[in-house]
Every structure is written in C-alpha cells, then in structure tokens.
Design a binder for this molecule. Structure first.
Ligand SMILES: CC(C)(COP(=O)(O)OP(=O)(O)OC[C@H]1O[C@@H](n2cnc3c(N)ncnc32)[C@H](O)[C@@H]1OP(=O)(O)O)[C@@H](O)C(=O)NCCC(=O)NCCS
Length: 301
C-alpha cells in the first residue's frame, strides 16, 4: 500500500489528535492533547516538524521532531494505528532523515515499556535504550498530617512568587540534571493555555523570603463517559542542593497533595530515576511503581 508523508496542516488537526490520543486508551496516564494544543505545533512548525503518514486518504501515523535542543533532536509525539507498522516505519525514517539534514548527532524518543509495537519499530530502526524512568503513583485517599518545618512557608505562583524567581530556583535544584531546564516562557504559556496548570498548584518553599524548593503540577480529567476521574502529574519537584534532607521536599509534596485533593484529584503521578536514592523519598510518601518509561537513542554518526 502506498504511504505518503505530509506535513501537519490545519485540516489534519482532528485526525492528528485522534491518532495521538489512542495511546491513552491503552495507558490511561498518557497525556491527551486537544486540537488547540495540536495547533500550537503548527505555530511553531519551524522548530517542531510534524508529519502524518497517509494511506488511502486517511492518517495512520503521526510524528513530531523537536529541533530545539542542541545536539539531540527529540520525538515528542509518535503514534500509529496497530496495523500500520510499515507506514510508521516510513514516517520514523522521515523524521530521522530530517534530523540528519539538520546535522543533529542523535535522535531521542520516549516509549512506555508496554507499547511493544513501538519498541519493535525502534529496535528495528537501530535505536538503543539509553535510560529508563519509573512512573510512580500515589492515591490521595488519606490526609497528610505532618507538622511543617519551622520557618518554612509554602507559597505559589498564585501568590507573590514571580515566574522568574520560581524558574531560577527550579534550575538551581536541577543543576545536575541533564534534561532541558525549565523556561520562563513555557511556564507563562502553560498558565495561559492549560486549564489544569493552575497558579496555586505551582508551589515554592521559602525560608527567609528565599525560594529553596519548587514543585509543579497539572491535573486532567481521564476516562470516558460516566467513568471519569481527575488525575495529576507532578514534575519539577526539587530542593536547592544546600537545603536537602531538611524536610522541605516532604513539606512541598504534602501541601501540593492537600491542594490537589481540594480540586478533586484522586491520584498523582510522577517520573523518577529507578536507580536513585530518591526513591526512598517517594516510598516514604506512599508512592508505588506503576510502569517504566524508556528513552531510546539513535546515533546519527
Ligand atoms: C527529591 C528531593 C526533592 C527531596 O527533597 P528533600 O527536601 O531533600 O527531602 P526530605 O528532607 O523531605 O526527605 C524526607 C526523607 O526522604 C528520604 N530521602 C530524601 N532524599 C533522599 C536521598 N537522596 N537518598 C535517600 N533517601 C532520601 C529520607 O528518608 C528523608 O528523611 P531523612 O532525611 O530523615 O532520612 C531532593 O532530593 C531533590 O531536589 N533532588 C534533586 C532533584 C530531583 O531529582 N527531583 C526528583 C525528580 S523526580
């Protein structure tokens, strides 16, 4: 069957979203997107190259190549219909060729361990596993009752904390982390466009008016028909290196869970390094491991 690769355009948005979101039916924690957020890919089509694989006039696979990082081009969106392995392979090769043309050293893609069809495609294309993160889940059934550390206050972007101060503290906490640092512009964009990214659930821990830790979160409604629930993601949970092991992370997490519970959130999720000692931190808070997310890399040398 002939497969054509076409750039994402306004008229494809609904199909794009449908293919993207089908992963959500298999993995309920997978973030869904709507046509509005897909349209943002069009606005940034210089940096985020999005394509569809089309067979017999309908879209069977979608993919985006993000070229904003320096030497690594990432693939933030890649999904295909279960019987469209060949078309997906053609699309993946197209993304790889685009990365090669732009002189990138490698292509990176994240894949849930249980999406075996995508893993097969990636290994067939020469990708190798680079690292894996553990998806941790906490049910917010019980209330927390820890006494907060003296002199510590928890504030938020909804109060007096500026986005610039917040981002600077988050970057300090994640200074050793190889992943892309948080940007002021992206926080501003999320606040403006993501209804579940509320300013009062972007927390800052302060001691003597100085931010010593941050936690970001976003909730979304998951499920279909009458069976829906509100779940949240937590990311950017970090304490500045000089203030570790003083209960700040725990205080941030407990206040965040309290606020999320008020919004009707029943479950929170986050990704963490399965090897690190930090798991003890999450274990103590009651989080349990749910799945692995693997980063695959293809060297373009
Ligand atoms: C994870 C993090 C936020 C914890 O913050 P924190 O303020 O140091 O944590 P707390 O003081 O509240 O720790 C509570 C308990 O968790 C456990 N814990 C915390 N960090 C730990 C570590 N690095 N290794 C082992 N156990 C740890 C301990 O049992 C600790 O109690 P104790 O100090 O009495 O032994 C902090 O280590 C951090 O910012 N790390 C860098 C950024 C990061 O990796 N964030 C996680 C992204 S998923």
């Amino acid at each position: 069957m002939a497969t054509s690769i076409v750039p994402l355009a306004e008229e494809h948005l609904a199909e794009w979203v449908a293919i993207h979101n089908q992963v959500h039916l298999i993995l309920p924690w997978h973030l869904t997107i709507d046509t509005r957020s897909a349209a943002k890919l069009l606005d940034d089509s210089e940096n985020q190259l999005s394509f569809l694989a089309v067979e017999n006039g309908s879209c069977v696979a979608i993919g985006t190549l993000d070229t904003r990082m320096e030497s690594t081009a990432s693939v933030p969106h890649f999904a295909f219909q279960i019987d469209a392995h060949q078309a997906a392979m053609i699309l993946l090769k197209h993304l790889i060729a685009e990365a090669r043309n732009r002189q990138f050293e490698e292509v990176s893609i994240l894949c849930w361990e249980s999406i075996t069809q995508l893993q097969k495609l990636l290994t067939e294309s020469g990708f190798v596993e680079k690292n894996r993160q553990s998806l941790m889940i906490l049910n917010l059934s019980k209330a927390c009752d820890t006494v907060p550390k003296q002199g510590l206050t928890i504030s938020s972007l909804g109060d007096s904390v500026s986005v610039e101060e917040f981002v600077a503290a988050n970057r300090a906490a994640f200074a050793d982390d190889a992943s892309r640092p948080l940007e002021v512009e992206e926080i501003e964009e999320w606040l403006e466009t993501q209804p579940g990214f509320r300013p009062d659930i972007q927390l800052a821990a302060l001691i003597d008016n100085r931010i010593v830790g941050t936690a970001l979160s976003e909730y979304e409604d998951v499920g279909q028909g009458d069976v829906t629930a509100r779940h949240a993601w937590i990311y950017g949970m970090g304490v500045i290196p000089t203030m570790l092991r003083q209960g700040i992370g725990t205080a941030l997490m407990e206040e965040l869970c309290r606020r999320l519970r008020k919004y009707g959130v029943s479950r929170v999720r986050l990704l963490t390094d399965p090897e690190g000692g930090i798991n003890t931190f999450y274990d103590r808070l009651g989080f349990v491991h749910e799945a692995y997310r693997i980063e695959y890399i293809l060297a373009l040398g």
